[in-house]
Design a binder for this molecule. Structure first.
Ligand code: FAD
Ligand code: NAD
Length: 469
């Protein structure tokens, strides 16, 4: 046709959704063009999301663990933090290795990467504008939209580099003396954990009455307790009324019963109040793809938009905005285009906050069960009775399983504690496989491990637990 490049499949955006779809489609023998505005592949997750945040959280954990070993007789000095080196490690040894690996994998598979901002110009063409203004048109038979999301801005906040989103916070320009985190969700608490360990006095303001509103309160309590000890303040049910950028700092005034009466001055502010999809920036209307008011694109179980040859995956199709949801949707889209009869039918999608302690949950929560009057039974095993938890000096955790009252099958799980994110995987598999309390309780778990707490919770429910540390 009249395009510079013609291909079977065009993928717009190279995050976990986009690169997975492109690679899967190429592996299925399709000709693929992958469009990405930035010079590295990997999207938010690899460049400015999941991965760099976990690198900094690792550093934070090393620092706080070293601090805390003084309680058992081993003391280290105050950490000597070389920010430049920390940034270089994060950028080169962690992020760079992964994004470089993606570029290589794209090459190996014969996926053509076109760099620039892509916009649909018709139902069968995308125009890609490079940084130098050069436009490349790509004609396609099928498209997969994987353009992701961006941080929501705080309405009315002034433009000032000290008022950051997660990307700014991950850039680690300095360690502010006093940091305000607006939004007590996952990003705010993960980045708050990092800056607290590096030496900032961290305050969190959240307008709901609890941190991470989506998780059960019993799972949040140990996290909140620890944060209350370490952080300067956690202001719940509190609104930010005004933000002024002045020479001496960012002046913030609050509204709410527990709010400080006077405006507070912070060296930096992190705005982490959610993310919004990029659906309005891709010329979707030129392709006839329906985008809702907020910028989300609706899809069916095969990830197909209202236009039958155009698919959408990842953050842009809705909650939860998680990398592992995007990758699974990506495979479905690629396989459907290749003619496979598949659907996205994950029965559950796990959530993990990589805070300290971590909070992880999957499936039915107790809050859901109450709201929907589900007939459930629950068993919660306190880590204070786990030999392993005690021996790592972190016994504040808990492992909770939620069972269907009739079938005794596991339908939900929540874990708070060190490594909760890793431990949750067993419960996710149990739910997907339809395992019941008996299955988990009779499975021999190695002792002493934190993974035993899942077995113990199942035994608690079965009434077969003995005193066992
Ligand atoms: P994205 O990763 O957003 O990728 C979209 C890509 O499309 C981007 O590279 C963008 O540049 C490109 N693009 C957009 N529009 C265009 C256009 N018009 N032309 C060309 N290119 C375009 N999730 C987890 O599961 N675990 C975590 O630990 C986790 N941590 C996070 C930490 C932070 C700080 C943040 C911000 C997010 C985190 N997330 C985490 C969420 C995760 O990053 C997203 O769910 C995931 O990246 C979504 O993947 P995606 O493919 O839908 O889109
Ligand atoms: P979020 O929706 O998780 O949390 C935002 C928080 O800000 C909520 O608690 C909300 O009540 C609060 N809030 C909203 N407006 C506010 C206001 N004006 N003042 C005070 N509080 C306000 O969003 P996020 O933390 O920005 O994360 C965005 C997305 O990125 C999420 O969907 C999350 O799934 C994803 N993410 C995931 C991980 C992970 O899986 N570990 C890590 C980071 C981000």
């Amino acid at each position: 046709g009249d395009s510079d490049i013609n291909t079977e499949i065009v993928v717009l955006g190279s995050g976990p959704g986009g690169y997975t779809a492109a690679f899967r489609a190429a592996d299925l023998g399709k000709q693929v063009v992958l469009i990405e505005r930035y010079s590295t592949l990997g999207g938010v997750c690899l460049n400015v999301g999941c991965i760099p945040s976990k690198a900094l959280l690792h550093t934070a954990k090393v620092i706080t663990e070293a601090e805390e070993t003084s309680h058992h007789g081993v003391s280290f000095g105050k950490p000597d933090i070389n920010l430049e080196q920390l940034r270089t490690w994060k950028a080169n040894d962690v992020v760079g290795k992964l994004t470089g690996g993606l570029a290589q994998m794209a090459k190996q598979r014969g996926v053509t990467v076109v760099q620039g901002v892509g916009k649909f110009t018709s139902p069968h063409q995308v125009a890609v504008t490079a940084a130098d203004g050069k436009v490349t048109t790509v004609g396609f038979q099928h498209a997969i939209i994987a353009a992701g999301s961006q941080a929501t801005k705080f309405p009315g906040a002034p433009e000032d580099e000290r008022i950051m989103d997660s990307t700014g916070a991950l850039a680690l320009a300095d360690v502010p003396k006093r940091l305000l985190v607006i939004g007590g969700g996952i990003i705010g608490l993960e980045m708050g954990t990092v800056y607290d360990a590096l030496g900032s006095k961290v305050s969190v303001v959240e307008f709901m009455d609890g941190l991470i509103p989506g998780a059960d309160r019993d799972l949040i309590r140990p996290l909140q307790k620890r944060m209350e000890k370490r952080f300067e303040s956690i202001m719940l049910s509190t609104k930010v009324a005004k933000i002024d950028a002045k020479k001496d700092g960012i002046h913030v005034s609050f509204e709410g019963e527990n709010a400080p009466k006077e405006a507070q001055v912070y060296d930096r502010v992190l705005v982490s109040i959610g993310r919004r999809p990029n659906g309005k920036n891709i010329g979707a209307e030129n392709a006839g793809v329906a985008v809702d008011d907020r910028g989300f694109i609706a899809v069916d179980k095969q990830m197909r938009t209202n236009v039958p040859h155009i698919f959408a995956i990842g953050d842009i199709v809705g909650q939860p905005m998680l990398a592992h949801k995007a990758t699974h949707e990506a495979k479905v889209a690629a396989e459907v285009i290749a003619g496979h009869k598949v659907e996205f039918i994950a029965s559950v999608i796990p959530s993990v906050a990589y805070t300290d302690p971590e909070v992880a949950w999957v499936g039915v929560t107790e809050t859901d069960a109450k709201a929907q009057s589900l007939q459930i039974e629950k068993a919660s095993f306190p880590w204070a009775a786990s030999g392993r938890a005690l021996s790592i000096a972190r016994s504040e955790g808990a492992t909770k399983l939620i069972f269907d009252k009739e079938t005794h099958r596991v339908i939900g799980a929540g874990i708070v504690g060190v490594n909760a994110g890793e431990l949750l995987a067993e419960a996710v598999l149990a739910i997907e496989m339809g395992a019941d309390a008996h299955d988990l309780g009779l499975t021999i778990h190695a002792h002493p491990t934190l993974s035993e707490t899942i077995c113990f919770a199942a035994e608690l429910k079965e009434g077969t637990i003995t005193d066992m540390l």
